[in-house]
Design a protein around this ligand. Sequence first.
Ligand SMILES: [Ca+2]
Length: 545
Amino acid sequence: MSNDNRSRNPLQPAGNSRRRFLTQAGTAVAGVAASLATHGAEGQRAATHTQTPRHSRPNILFLMSDDMCAELSCYGALGRAQTPNLDRLAAEGVRFDRNYCQFPLCNPSRASLFTGRKPTVTGVLGNRTDFRTDHPEWVSLPQFFREHGYATYRTGKIFHGGIDDPKAWDVVGFDENRIAGTELPLEHQRVIPPQPVLPPPPGIPVAKRIPEGTPDPNHGAHSDRILIVEGDGTGHPENGSADRAIAYLREHRDAGSAKQPKPFFLACGFSKPHSPPAAPQGFYDLYDLDALDLPPNFAAWPTVPPGFPSAAIRKQNADLFIGRGASELEAKEVLRAYLASTSWVDWNIGRVLKELDATDLRQNTIVVFVADHGYQLGERGKWSKAGSLFEMGTRIPLIIRAPDATGNGRSCYRTVQSLDLYPTLLELCGFSPSAEQEGASLVPLLQNPQATWEQPAFSIWSEDGKTVHGTSIRIERYRYVEFGDKASHGAMLFDEHVDPYELTNLADDPAHAKLRADLSIRIARYHSNNIGISISEARGRTDLV
Ligand SMILES: [Ca+2]
C-alpha cells in the first residue's frame, strides 16, 4: 500500500500507513480543512464553498430509512430488531449512539438534514411545505455535490414524498411517488382482529369503525393493518430501490477513474418501517410473538402519566392505532410487524452493501446510514412519531463508515444531530463547510469517538405547521423539553442514565432546578435566530380534540 498524499486526508493522521483513502487518487483531495483541532462549528462558519471539483474525491453512498427508531440489534439492550447487515456496517464504521432528528416528522426533518439548517430557519414545520418555495437559492446537500463535480443519483425516498429537490439529482432512478397511494398486488393486508381493551380515558377521541374495504380518508379505522409481502419482495418498491442502487454501482464501478471521472453521490432511500408495517413473511418469522416485551409504560390509549404536562402527549395517534385502543396482543403483533419491516430494510441495505463491498469502490466510498426520525412503539399508548419529543421519537440510528477513519469499529456516545451530516460530508470530501450550515462536522468523532464534544441536540415540534409548540434539548445525560414559551405549558426533564424509559419527570425537582435553568437558557438561545417562526401561546390541537 502506498502512502501518497495521506496528510491531506482529514481522517488520516500524518505518517499513518493505513490503506489508501483514495484508490483512484492520482491527485489528492484538495482543500481539506487543515486542522482537525479547529472543528468547532463557529470556526467552520467563516468558510465558504470555493474549492475546485476534483474527480478523485470519495464517493458517497447515502442510505436512509423512514420512521426507524434505534431498534437495531447493534444498539444493544433496547435494540430489538435483527439487523445483521447494519450491525456489520456499524462494526466497520462508527456507530453514533446518541443521534437525534431535528423534528419528529418526515418533511421537516429531511428538509433540515438536507439543507443543513434548523427547522426554525427552514420554516418547514409540516409535511406540505417545500423549502424551495421560499428559498430557491439554497443549496441542498446532494445539489452541492452535483455542483461540485459529482454525479448524483436518487433511488427511493430521500426528500419527502412529493417534495423532491429538482436541483439535487442528475438522475432519479426510482421514484416512489409514482406508486404512492396505490395498493400493490404483492401485499396482503392482514388486519389484526380488535381485542377488548378498557375504554379510553376522558378526552381521548375514538375513531368510528368502518367496514373493511370502505374508503377511510382519515386512515383511523384501518390503522391496525399490517402487510405481508409475497416472496422476498421482488418487484416491490422497497426491493426496487435497492435494485436500482445495485445497478448504479455496477455501472459506476470505475467512478473516480479516467474512465468514469466523476465520483458519485448515490442516495438510496427506503420507505419502511413507515406504516403500514410490511415485510415478506420470512422477516416476521424472525420474531417470536410471545417473547416480545412491551415497554414498561405501555398503555392501551394515549395516556398522560402523573407529573407530565398534557402537551407532552397527543391525544390521538397519527400512524397506528388511530383512535382505537391497543390490547397487549395487538400491540405485540404490530411491534413484531415493525421489527420485521426494519429487518427487511436491513436485508435490502445488505444487498446494496454487498455490491459495494465486492468492488474497489469500497476503498473510496463513504457510507452513511440514517433515518429521518424515531418512532414510539406503545410507550404511554403512543404509536407514531408525530409530536414526540421523547427519546423514542427523536433518537435515530446513525452509522458512518468512512474509509480510513481511525474511529472505525468503535461507538460514539457523544450527542450529535442529523443536522451535522451536511458539514460532515463536505469535510470528508475535502470541501470547506459553508457559513450557512448550522451543524458541526463529525469528523473529529470519526477520528476519535471519545473526543471532547460540547454540542447538544435540539428537536422541535409544531402542531399547526407554523409555530413552535415544543422544544427539546439533549445533552449527554439529560433530556429537557419545554412546551410553549418558557415552558408556559409545562416541561419535562429526564436523567437518561438512570431512567432510559423516561418514567420520571424531574422538571419540578428542586435538586435539578439549576440544571433546568441552564438548559432553558440554551433553548432560548436556540430560538434566538428563528426566521419568521414564533413559539406558540396555544397548547396545540392536542388540547382541542
Ligand atoms: Ca418519516
